[in-house]
Design a protein around this ligand. Structure first.
Ligand code: ZN
Ligand code: ZN
Length: 430
């Protein structure tokens, strides 16, 4: 684990001694721009769109970037927008990312600009809400683009603005998000030297930053197990093969994977079942049982081992009862890993922008993020920005994805300035 105080001192000493831009105050945005960011956010909040359906959002973003004079590419991975800002001086390529999609959640806040939008989701009409705060992400990055465009001549290098669709997952049968943007060649022509991202969350007080060197967020993988037995009357179990008892044994035995077989000193892991389906009547032993669950990891090595062990455990447990188990693993998002050297370099920037007392090492988070795909390609830094108002307990505030999710807009200034200062400070160090 990092010792933030010692690290910050070490960095500050080196940088101040070299007389770099770090000795100066951070770049701050004007009150007008802050107000503009708030207005963008409210407009986006009132007009949320589901994953891969961010048509209006991407139009708003693209128009703004074009007005600023950026090179703009649209329809990347369906609705994604990429803006390129070439600085006045040579230097590195720095990518900044914001995700744009909302969730199938019916908003229950009493905000004046609350969402009343609806859309079709899995064949049903649902409410749509920016319940994960991606509206704030888009607004902050639009604000950062405006600030950076105004300072274009002073920028050393090139800034790539990534407005990404479908972070919450593409609809069934569709591809999307960071993985698809990369597949379509996002980093092929212009490969960033570093990529930065911010996620707002209820677990932090407004303006507080949670960072972590190395793994921060878990990988998330979905698994399905089909347990195949042979139907028989419930009074005569010997007449068939019972997939229900076998499924129960599989659920039990897989608990041994994390608790007995994985080196937990490397990283924690989770294997959870969320669906158990089988049978129609009390006295019929059915042909099959369907199981589904999720696997979370903080180590790509453990992840591969758990995949293997889940398969072995399910198949062999079934075999011992004369049944069969077919395991399918649907690989989701990888582990989100912050590059240790980039994290160390950028820590003083975070402390100068947010305030030293507001920057803390974050605990591991078992949620997943597709920012991880970018960070597998180039050094990445992803941090949390608190949005729960001072005086309220972040532990009990409605969490991200809740219909009551509430974001304190005072955090928008911190987030916007963080993007801007990352660009200048990273370039100054290269
Ligand atoms: Zn989310
Ligand atoms: Zn999110």
């Amino acid at each position: 684990m990092l010792k933030p105080t010692a690290l910050a001192l070490a960095c500050a000493t080196t940088l101040f001694a070299s007389g770099s831009a770090f000795a100066q105050d951070p770049i701050r945005i004007s009150a007008e721009l802050e107000q503009q960011v708030i207005e963008w956010r409210r407009d986006l909040h009132q007009n949320p769109e589901l994953s891969n359906r961010e048509f209006r959002t991407s139009k708003v973003v693209a128009e703004h970037l074009r007005e600023l004079g950026l090179e703009v590419q649209t329809e990347v991975a369906h609705t994604g927008v990429v803006g390129i800002l070439k600085g006045g001086k040579p230097g590195p390529v720095i990518a900044l990312r914001a995700d744009m999609d909302a969730l199938p959640v019916t908003e229950q806040t009493d905000l004046l600009f609350k969402s009343t939008a609806t859309a079709e989701y899995r064949g049903e009409e649902v409410g749509v809400m920016h319940a994960c705060g991606h509206d704030l992400h888009v607004a902050m990055l639009m604000g950062a683009a405006q600030q950076l465009a105004a300072m274009q001549e002073d920028i050393e290098g090139t800034v790539m603005f990534i407005f990404q669709p479908a972070e919450e997952g593409a609809p069934k049968g569709e591809e999307g998000g960071a993985e698809l943007m990369l597949e379509e060649g996002l980093f092929a022509e212009l490969k960033p030297d570093a990529v930065f991202g911010i996620h707002v969350w209820s677990a932090g007080t407004t303006g507080h930053i949670g960072y972590r060197s190395g793994p921060l967020m878990a990988s998330s993988d979905r698994f399905e197990i089909n347990v195949k037995g042979r139907q028989t009357h419930g009074s005569r179990p010997w007449g068939g093969v019972d997939p229900i008892v076998t499924a129960a044994q599989i659920i039990q035995n897989t608990q041994n994977i994390v608790s007995r077989q994985i080196d937990i000193t490397k990283a924690p892991a989770v294997v959870s079942f969320g669906i158990v389906e089988g049978g129609v009547r009390n006295n019929i032993i059915p042909d099959d049982v369907y199981l589904e669950g999720t696997i979370r990891n903080f180590s790509m090595e453990n992840r591969a081992q758990i995949f293997e062990k889940l398969k072995t455990t399910a198949e062999h447990t079934a075999l011992s009862s004369g049944a069969e188990a077919h395991v399918h693993i649907d690989e989701g998002y990888p582990v989100t890993v912050n590059d240790p050297s980039l994290t160390e370099k950028m820590l003083p920037t975070m402390e100068r922008v947010a305030g030293k007392d507001k920057v803390k090492v974050n605990a591991l988070v078992t949620g997943a993020e597709d920012f991880s795909f970018y960070a597998l390609e180039v050094p990445g830094l992803f941090v949390f920005l608190g949005i729960t108002p001072e005086g309220q307990d972040p532990a009990t505030a409605p969490s991200n994805h809740s219909p009551f999710f509430y974001a304190d807009e005072a955090a928008l200034k911190t987030g916007t300035e963080m993007y801007v200062n990352w660009v200048f400070d990273y370039a100054a160090q290269e």
